[in-house]
Design a protein around this ligand. Structure first.
Ligand SMILES: Nc1ncnc2c1ncn2[C@@H]1O[C@H](COP(=O)(O)OP(=O)(O)OP(=O)(O)O)[C@@H](O)[C@H]1O
Ligand code: SF4
Ligand SMILES: [Mg+2]
Length: 317
């Protein structure tokens, strides 16, 4: 196994809301990221994925907890140290159109981070942008285009080229393929996998689509209502034992299933994050809930080697 480069330790993020209340978007989250791996963070809308990523990107300070990058707690960095740390972890967003300045040409968009860190001169922008476009399989003459003259898939390739520019150790993708057609989504995933093989880049891939992450993630972290429910190796996902993970897997549509086969949908609604019940956060949707689940929150613990779970009654394999 490769070395751990990022350790998220007991990260909690609470937002102040109306009536002097707090909304807990992430509750005591811990996980490791190893060099060259893809760690997927999966869960339904509002479960705290983006909040967690913003903490890792140092865009938002956690309420408590630590995030170590090569042993340094990046939540404590300030000033120039904090600015330099942005070079290590770059981000690809769901909607690159919103992230790009529509008046900037592609070459300037891609090379902006390099200029910000004084790593190239203005005269080098054109050539550098061409080289970066080649890495994401786009023609070099795209350097002079504007973002609106490209398809969604091409814009996302530009976003990846821009993220690669600083040669970061980690690229964090927040629903980076969710807005794309399935066929385009597939080509972007293939590109990410190719870049990982070539450059050894590490990905944190945030997604609500279990079927998609199952295709290429080395490690899968399942979140629900701000809590980490299960962590398991991607190639062992069939052995997931948390009722929520199993429900997500059952809801995955397979091309091999029978035409009239019933697709199981999770019953019930996600409780309000302002009113999380005592005990297990998944209790009102869990078919295996028992009395203790309503009283005592299950501890996140190692069930088998490298397989972590927060459940009083893990399902049998
Ligand atoms: N700045 C904020 N102030 C108050 N609440 C916030 C803030 N940012 C996020 N939240 C809340 O925190 C919770 C987690 O939000 P987050 O955006 O992290 O979820 P997500 O898993 O990324 O959802 P999605 O899949 O829809 O992007 C939500 O209930 C959200 O409303
Ligand atoms: S702790 Fe109880 S309610 Fe929660 S997932 Fe496990 S069995 Fe279901
Ligand atoms: Mg989000």
């Amino acid at each position: 196994m490769s070395e751990i480069i990022l350790r998220v330790e007991n990260v909690t993020k609470k937002f102040p809301v109306a009536n002097k209340k707090f909304l807990t978007a992430c509750d005591d989250i811990s996980f490791n990221v190893r060099r060259g791996e893809t760690v997927a963070i999966v869960g339904e809308s509002g479960c705290g994925k983006t909040t967690l990523l913003k903490a890792i990107m140092n865009m938002q300070k956690p309420t408590s907890g630590k995030i170590f990058f090569h042993g340094v707690d990046i939540t404590q960095l300030t000033g120039e140290d904090k600015r330099q740390n942005y070079r290590n972890i770059q981000m690809v967003f769901q909607d690159p159109t919103a992230a790009f300045n529509p008046k900037m040409r592609i070459k300037d968009i891609i090379c902006e981070p390099l200029l910000n860190f004084d790593l190239i001169k203005k005269s080098e922008v054109e050539n550098k942008a061409r080289a970066l476009l080649a890495q994401v399989d786009l023609p070099p003459d795209f350097v002079n285009r504007y973002p609106h003259n490209m398809s969604g898939g091409q814009r996302q390739r530009v976003a990846i080229a821009r993220a690669l520019a600083l040669e970061p150790e980690i690229i964090a993708c927040d629903e980076a393929t969710s807005a794309l057609d399935v066929s385009v989504q597939d080509t972007i995933i293939k590109l990410l996998v190719k870049l990982q093989k070539e450059k050894g880049v590490t990905y944190i891939f945030i997604c609500h689509d279990m079927a998609l992450v199952n295709l290429f993630a080395h490690r899968i972290c399942v979140m629900y209502l701000g809590n980490m429910m299960e962590q398991i190796d991607g190639d062992k996902l069939d052995g997931a034992r948390h009722p929520y993970t199993r429900a997500l897997l059952k809801a995955v549509f397979s091309t091999e299933q029978e035409k009239n086969q019933y697709i199981e949908i999770l019953p019930g609604d996600i409780p309000s994050p302002l009113d999380i019940p005592a005990g297990c956060p998944f209790q009102n949707r869990c078919l295996h809930c028992q009395e203790i689940c309503k009283q005592k929150k299950p501890a996140f613990h190692e069930l088998e080697q490298n397989h972590f779970i927060a459940c009083h009654f893990p399902l049998e394999n």
